[in-house]
Write a protein that binds this ligand. Structure first.
Ligand code: FUB
Ligand code: ZN
Length: 674
């Protein structure tokens, strides 16, 4: 292990007992994973079918027949150039592929979440269901290793002919992620071996040279997933393939032009394919462009490769892209991707609140990217953003009962506009049960259930605490194992206590280091660590010493209500402020403040803020009240001579953004008039 490159702690080494996150993880375990299983088996009434397991079963039959005949077989070849296939008659389904052509990933994300969940909560029943699902998936695999039901069912002669749009390598990536997670949790390698065979097949097909496909994924993820496979198996071919995809991307002539000559004619010599981050070689990119999920998945893969190969130019590109996102293209909630047109990044500082896209998956992608930047460079600025996205946009993506989800995460909602204004139809005023394109809910499930791998990382002599996740954490230092007990009350009192509790040796003399991040939201902190040394580096307190059983570190992060403004370049936020407390960004809702939130204004002195507890969805939540005014509504005469509006004083109540819309449909806004 390279000392300077911490990697996420294996989930089996953490027992999460955190008062906040344990609840979220239990929601995923008890609600989302079973619901998701029903969804991928098309058993949820009123929800669009996933078709995922049905497609695998059908592909399994076709594969069996092909094996029996020893040659390609299809009773009927269906067209392969459509993005989503829906039945004409729901009562009479045909033996064909249905759904989006990346529908296989519904299974992959489910099995990934199952794997993470099993590390915290062994569940033989769930494991049995998962093993049976794996049998179905593996039966669909072609003898050559290929495993994507869309082409297995439709036409194997067309595989890899539309990398730009057809998501085969995206399916590979998700399959790898799911397979590794399940293997790491259970030690069972059936799915891992299948996923690996698919990766081997892709390795044989892609690359430079005669007869090889010199393309790259239209939707990235394979890059980082292959790195994960490499780190799990030690097989360098996967690292090589990932690097190949990254190096090849955006080079001229464009690979996507070869696939789509008609597009090439349209753009001529112009720079093209920004949507796919393939407009120029990745090392020359300095602005985050295009589809935000694709982008962050690519940047995550780039950071992985930069870390493992020591590629400085790639690292610099990651830093530039990171800076561009967090300084010019990120919402205060940690959401990214401002426009629904292409689910994409907009231009610098264009961050509209009411038409925001801010896809849940994109925030998750930013969390992935942040974790990888942290692995190259332990600097709290990366973890600060990771925390911002996780505690705000990612959690807002799921209702507090775990039963419904947001795909789009606006910062301002007037339900009437969502219902009547076509430009805002993508903004749903209430969470949805599921989505035909069900990328976000399973993505939340896999992220929340593996939050410990974002909170903790390690290298040979240091345990890094990026997030303050309570529980028991096991870390081996120079062959000696230490269990750290982490009591985290950071979200309330700001207190964190980390106690050394050695296991086998009784007394530890391993000269252990624990590095604790100092968050950007604290106004000061105190640190008690007895006779141990401590040093602040890049926003982390490194506490080092020979910890003995019972020795502890205590940190208190002071935090107060903050009133925030944005750069004046963000035109939408002119004259407005936002409120935060700890890692949470707050918002105002109709439920607490009445209709017409645009008529409210608040005081900007944080000293006037008061904390209060309110009940949201049966949970005690810290709300904030600030004195303010409500402008009296004037007559509905559209235009008139200006008169200073009448105002009445009021108390404005703010609640954490992640809790919004858990009390019915209503207005909401994060940025409030000052
Ligand atoms: O294309 C696959 C997934 O569906 C993307 O990541 C999401 O943005 C959604 O479009
Ligand atoms: Zn999504």
């Amino acid at each position: 292990m390279n000392k300077t490159n911490p990697t996420p702690l294996n989930l089996r080494k953490v027992k999460v007992e955190d008062p906040f996150w344990k609840g979220e993880m239990e929601l995923v375990r008890k609600e989302v994973i079973p619901y998701q299983w029903n969804a991928i088996n098309d058993r949820v009434e009123g929800a669009e079918p996933s078709w995922a397991m049905r497609n695998f079963k059908l592909a399994g039959k076709i594969t069996a027949k092909r094996k029996e005949l020893g040659k390609a077989y299809a009773e009927k070849i269906w067209p392969t150039n459509i993005f989503q296939v829906l039945p004409e008659d729901k009562e009479h389904l045909e033996d064909r592929f249905y759904g989006f052509l990346f529908q296989d990933t519904d299974f992959s994300k489910w099995i990934e979440a199952v794997g993470y969940s099993l590390t915290q909560h062994p569940d033989p029943e769930l494991e049995k269901t998962a093993d049976e699902a794996i049998d179905i998936v593996c039966a669909a695999q072609q003898p050559n290793g290929y495993l994507d039901t869309y082409y297995i069912i439709n036409d194997m002669s067309k595989i890899f002919t539309n990398l730009k749009d057809h998501h085969e390598l995206y399916c590979l990536g998700h399959l790898l992620e799911g397979a590794v997670a399940y293997y790491e949790a259970t030690g069972k390698d059936k799915l891992l071996n299948a996923a690996r065979r698919f990766a081997d097949f892709v390795y044989e097909k892609f690359g430079k040279g005669e007869g090889k496909i010199n393309g790259y994924p239209g939707h990235e993820i394979a890059e980082m997933a292959l790195v994960r496979l490499y780190e799990t198996t030690g097989d360098g071919r996967y690292l090589e393939l990932s690097r190949y995809f990254i190096d090849e991307r955006g080079t001229r002539p464009y690979y996507f032009d070869k696939e789509h000559p008609e597009e090439a004619k349209r753009h001529g010599d112009r720079e093209w394919y920004h949507y796919y981050q393939a407009h120029k070689p990745v090392r020359e990119q300095d602005e985050a462009t295009g589809h935000a999920v694709r982008a962050t998945y690519l940047y995550s893969g780039m950071a992985d490769i930069a870390r493992l190969t020591g590629d400085e130019s790639l690292k610099k590109a990651c830093e530039r892209l990171w800076d561009n996102i967090v300084n010019k293209k990120m919402y205060i909630t940690g959401g990214i991707g401002a426009t629904h047109l292409g689910e994409a990044f907009s231009f610098n500082y264009d961050l509209p609140n009411d038409t925001a896209y801010s896809e849940t998956c994109a925030a998750i992608g930013l969390v992935f990217f942040a974790r990888r930047m942290l692995s190259m460079d332990v600097d709290s600025r990366y973890a600060d953003v990771m925390e911002r996205s996780l505690y705000n946009t990612v959690l807002a993506g799921m209702a507090m009962d775990g039963k419904s989800f947001f795909y789009v995460n606006p910062l301002e909602v007037r339900p009437e506009a969502c219902h009547k204004d076509e430009r805002k139809f993508h903004v749903k005023p209430v969470r949805q049960k599921w989505f035909g394109c069900a990328c976000c809910p399973p993505n939340i499930a896999r992220t929340v259930s593996s939050v410990a791998a974002y909170a903790y990382a390690e290298n040979e002599d240091t345990l890094f605490m990026h997030l303050y996740l309570g529980g028991k954490v096991e870390k081996a230092y120079n062959g000696k194992t230490v269990i750290w007990n982490v009591d985290s009350d950071v979200l309330n009192s700001g207190k964190l206590r980390i106690t050394c509790d050695s296991v086998s040796e009784g007394i530890c003399t391993a000269n252990q280091t624990i590095a604790v991040r100092i968050p950007d939201w604290c106004t000061g902190y105190s640190l008690e660590c007895g006779d141990k040394k401590h040093e602040l580096r890049k926003g982390y307190e490194y506490v080092t010493g020979d910890f003995m059983q019972g020795d502890s570190i205590e940190i208190t992060f002071e935090h107060k209500v903050r009133i925030l403004s944005s750069a004046s370049a963000v035109v939408e936020n002119a004259g407005k402020v936002a409120v935060s407390y700890g890692p949470f960004v707050y918002c105002i809702e109709e439920k607490d403040n009445g209709k017409d939130l645009h008529l409210l204004s608040v005081a900007t002195d944080p000293g006037l803020a008061k904390l209060k507890k309110i009940d949201i969805a049966g949970q005690e939540i810290t709300a904030i009240s600030l004195p303010g005014f409500r402008e009296k509504a004037t007559s509905n005469e559209l235009y008139k001579d200006f008169e200073t509006p009448e105002k009445e004083s009021t108390e404005v109540t703010f609640v954490p953004y992640y809790t919004w819309n858990n009390r019915g449909e209503g207005e909401m806004r994060v940025w409030v008039n000052r």
